[in-house]
Ligand binder design. Structure first.
Ligand SMILES: [Zn+2]
Ligand SMILES: [Zn+2]
Length: 416
């Protein structure tokens, strides 16, 4: 036998059973975003490496360890996107979308790639749906993003969720907090992991999202950014929290939440379900990213939902579409019957034909094994009478359906 090729490590197939759940979740997410005025943008999966170095940040784990980087035949250094905010910002600038609307609301959906250690709910190709708002600096925009996520999660019948929130401050706040944090960590340097010792020199805030237990122990005692926030950042945060309160959003302040990307300013947040440690969605404000990528000063904020994780956590019963199996007995019935069937098909119900010739009882055995309840049979007798014979496999009920009433019958079954 020939060698069988398997999916690449960390990449997976999502089978129809699971896709049904995904499609339901996707349509809830898209409808909610559209209702808040977001429009879809589609951006490429491949970008220049430097886009991510300059946005996500050179000192982040994502850029340093987890990116798929390659050279194409034209010697360009490219990367599979590890996230899509950078691409959306690039597109926003490239097409000067800021000249079209004062506030631009965009959403995207698609696969992202990170060369991470595969584990439950975490894959090297994973799927995100994200939203970005450009041009608004008010904390109401930050709150709007959280309200959208809350509406989505409630439509999915999840009630045990919480938002963790924090502010990472503006550039000035980040610098003064960074200094304070460095002072605090310096004496404990020997006990920090190798990566964190490097982070101490590069980007000290990254120590806060280290997963190593010994580092986490030290971080527990670290100073918090709230103590150094400037007036502007503090006011922004207060208004943000007031708006969340007014909207009855369930949130918890986490003073050490920084997210794994460098571009955030002020508000950051994560959405968690139940006791799960990993977030199903996260985001925040990134007021400097647009200008850092060569555009005009443009405040912005956004979030991304991890669809693999979300769809794995929710308990959603999605009903299968109804299915009718059509059996043709004999060459003549098959020849005449397929066109009659195809002309009568209606949307919303699955009508599948088995064109193979085999005895009726074998056909019925297969239908029974595959759980098909509704059967239509066309043999020479039926053809002559211009009818299909309908058979309900669950209760044995039978009746004749005229060719001319086939579409009507399909609709009836679908609506039953
Ligand atoms: Zn500040
Ligand atoms: Zn560490």
């Amino acid at each position: 036998m020939a060698e069988q090729i398997k999916a690449v490590r960390g990449m997976r197939d999502i089978l129809p059973e699971e896709v049904r759940i995904w499609q339901t979740v996707e349509s809830i997410v898209f409808q909610t975003l559209e209702a808040f005025g977001f429009e879809e943008i589609r951006v490429p999966v491949v970008e220049e490496l430097k886009l991510f170095q300059r946005s996500v940040g050179s000192f982040t784990d994502i850029v340093q360890k987890e990116m798929y980087v390659f050279k194409d035949k034209g010697d360009r250094i490219l990367a599979l996107r590890p996230e899509a905010t950078a691409s959306v910002v690039r597109a926003y600038l490239e097409h000067q979308l800021y000249t079209k609307r004062k506030i631009t609301r965009l959403y995207y959906a698609g696969p992202m790639f990170r060369y991470d250690r595969p584990q439950k709910g975490r894959y090297r190709q994973f799927f995100q749906i994200g939203a970005e708002i450009f041009g608004g600096k008010s904390p109401y925009f930050d709150a709007e993003l959280i309200v959208i996520l809350a509406k989505i999660i409630e439509k999915l019948n999840v009630s045990n969720y919480v938002f963790e929130t924090n502010s990472v401050g503006c550039d000035a706040c980040k610098i003064s907090y960074g200094m304070k944090l460095k002072q605090f960590l310096e004496p404990a340097k020997e006990r920090l992991c190798q990566d964190c010792q490097t982070r101490l020199q590069g980007n000290v805030l990254r120590v806060l999202d280290c997963k190593v237990i010994s580092c986490r122990e030290i971080i527990k005692e670290a100073p918090v950014i709230q103590d150094v926030l400037c007036d502007d950042c503090r006011k922004h945060q207060e208004n943000f929290y007031t708006t969340l309160d007014d909207n009855k959003i369930h949130y918890k302040k986490n003073p050490y939440l920084v997210r794994g990307l460098d571009y955030y300013t002020k508000t950051v947040f994560e959405l968690k379900i139940g006791e799960e440690e990993n977030a199903v969605a996260g985001g925040g404000r990134y007021d400097n990213l647009v200008s850092e990528l060569g555009g005009p000063e443009t405040p912005a904020a956004g979030f991304a939902i991890g669809m693999d994780r979300l769809c794995g956590l929710i308990n959603l019963e999605v009903e299968r579409k109804k299915e009718i199996c059509v059996i043709f007995l004999g060459q003549h019935a098959l020849q005449k019957g397929t066109a009659i069937l195809n002309n009568s098909r209606v949307d919303g119900i699955k009508i599948v034909a088995d064109y193979e010739q085999r005895p009726l009882k074998n056909h019925l055995k297969i239908a029974d094994r595959e759980g098909v309840k509704h059967i239509l049979i066309l043999g020479d007798n039926e053809l002559q009478k211009q009818i299909f014979l309908y058979k309900n496999m669950s209760n044995g009920f039978q009746k004749e359906i005229k060719f001319s009433e086939l579409s009507k019958f399909f609709k009836e079954i679908n609506n039953a």
